[in-house]
Design a protein around this ligand. Sequence first.
Ligand SMILES: Nc1ncnc2c1ncn2[C@@H]1O[C@H](COP(=O)(O)OP(=O)(O)OP(=O)(O)O)[C@@H](O)[C@H]1O
Length: 744
Amino acid sequence: MSEYKRKYIEETNYLKEIIDLISYKLEIEANSLENKKKDLIEARKEMWENATHSSADFDKVSDANQYLSALQNQTLSYTDSAKLVSKFEKMLDSPYFARIDFTENGYDDTEKIYIGLFNLMDEETHEIKIHDWRAPISSIFYRSETGPVEYIAPVGKIKGNVSLKRQYKIKKGKMEYFFDSNINILDEMLKEALSKNMSSKMKTIVETIQKQQDLIIRDLVNELLIVQGVAGSGKTSVALHRIAFLLYQGLNLNLSSNNIIIISPNTLFSQYISNVLPELGEENIVELTFENIFTEIFEKKLSIKTKSEQLEEIICAKDEDEKAFLRSYADFKGSSTFLEIINRYINYFEHKMIKFEDIYFNGKIIENRDLLKSLLLSNKLNMPTSKKLKIIESRIIDKVHEVKKLRREKIEKIVSNSNNHEFEIQSFARVLAAKETSLFTQKLRQFTEFDCYYLYKTLFRDKNIFFKVAKGLDLPDNINDIIEYTNKNIQDKYNIPYSDGIGLMYLKLKAEGCNLYSNIKQVMVDEAQDYYPIHYNILKTIFREARFTIVGDINQTIEKKSNLSIYDDIISIFNKSKSNKLFLTKSYRNSYEISKFSQKLLDGNINTELFKRNEREPEIIYKSSQNELENKIIVDIEKYKSLGFDSIAIICKSRKQSSDLYFRLKSKINIKLIDSNERTAITGITVIPVYMAKGLEFDCVMVYETDIINYKTDYDKKLLYIACTRALHRLSLYYTGVISNLLA
Ligand SMILES: Nc1ncnc2c1ncn2[C@@H]1O[C@H](COP(=O)(O)OP(=O)(O)OP(=O)(O)O)[C@@H](O)[C@H]1O
């Protein structure tokens, strides 16, 4: 018998044993699920019959509560069973993908460690048949070659030797092939994974996580972990697998899915990544955009334009001057200078804008205005302005309370002396006293309450104040134009410019504080390069206790300048005791040819390694008219479809260009326009503005109108880079007139 044949028999026997064990567990769990389902239906019926849903009868309400909590427990147990069933079903398809043979130093026996998506234990023998990819020992597979190895277990560092590293392709419970690999995760397996076509949702990468990626996924040391990664290097994938890893550590870290949050650039992106965690057997995590945070913090009383709308305004500005102005507007509003202005403004507000008065009640002074002011300004109350004012308010109300009785007696005396109310002295005096108190509270609140939106508007309306608080700061030369533009654009409270919305949010958080997200312990931020210092200060303020994983690529900044120093700024803003900055330099998404082509659009500031997956060279296609160009696009789409590519995107520079093109093409071809933050599945043929395509990927990318008018400046170069790097297999660029200088 050949060596391979012997190994093959050994492996297929083991697979059979595992499949039998999973089938057995699945059967038990499926039965239990069926029973739990019946019980649940029964319990709901019983509750409906025996308890009331009317709140009129107190006893019945308490009955209903009892039923409800029992029902909640039953529902939980049902969902746990359902999860287990789905887990076993997934395992039946492909129970494991790797094996390492490990001998711990000081022991003779060699353990065969099979690694899969989930743990599998034989309850009879207590033997772990499959190790979850997140288990400490599994890290050896991702990080080490055969030979001496070590890994960190809960008990400390374990050293040993790996004599075998084997990878498997198992599908529908059948062994397709396996091979032994001495080098770290053989490229062939990765190549196969990367050659696949795109599906409408992001995929998991557990079978082929690379060493550099694994170091990020499993980091438990840093409170702030920053990852700069080139396009397609797996930043988003790594961030999501890191969440799954942290959840696996759940008990140790005291962490569950509602303690984690993802800050996502837009809802389309949220939709795209929403598959990964459920695929990994975890619950989905709340994803928020800054626009969502604004809505929650302002409780829907104000609305802001989206970041996409702001980008569209810049990209479609009528000339370069207007573009430069809009960029400088966003730069200033996001800058640490503006942040400092807001900080100083809050201070100025406390010192100069609150109209303190002496407080009189019952004809006597109960609080002196100088005293109130000094209480607010003293360092005794180290908290946001609004909280300090509330403390002052309750102090005054307490004092008023003390003399309320005296005041009522006085009012009663006045009433009894008047002629009209001799039969109702007490009740009339009570009414008068209540009215007086309410007037008093109203007056008091004139200085203990404030409106942040009004305050923000005042900062720009009153240039005197603005320049007073900005004194000594390095302001842009066009600051007067910025102030004027702000005044013009912030008056509609349901349509506040994005940058001002962010400034306003910072002002509110600083002046009022926020407890909305106090349960959050881990925050993942994607597309880090697009945020300004003000965004990071907001995150720091609202997620006070959290650890952060921040991933980005400075080469994918849109309409904004960024360089590596933004990461140092982030480190100094968060000021965590343990921070680290890591780099992912290898690009996995694009074919070698597409990566090579896209690299020419980089300024060479970041080193990129290309993954050798060869496909066709990108094409640049010229046509003499728009009509011909669009006919060619249709022909090429048909060609791509005939080659079996399902996801094809025509990437335009702006939303306007996308929708114009869509309306011209839609009668000729089945096409979808993606032009807002909608929750759309990204399938089939789509037309999409480049800033919405960010973070996404497609089998084929067709970049529309790459002429010198559309793509000319350094900012446009970044847009082109983003557009080209969205392509997995085919990239073509189309133009009429003169080709962009960036491509010539
Ligand atoms: N280790 C890996 N194994 C298999 N596929 C991988 C691996 N790493 C990344 N990929 C694939 O590469 C593609 C890009 O990954 P991802 O979107 O996470 O990268 P990114 O760095 O966030 O990209 P971008 O910044 O360009 O949006 C995805 O299709 C992902 O599945």
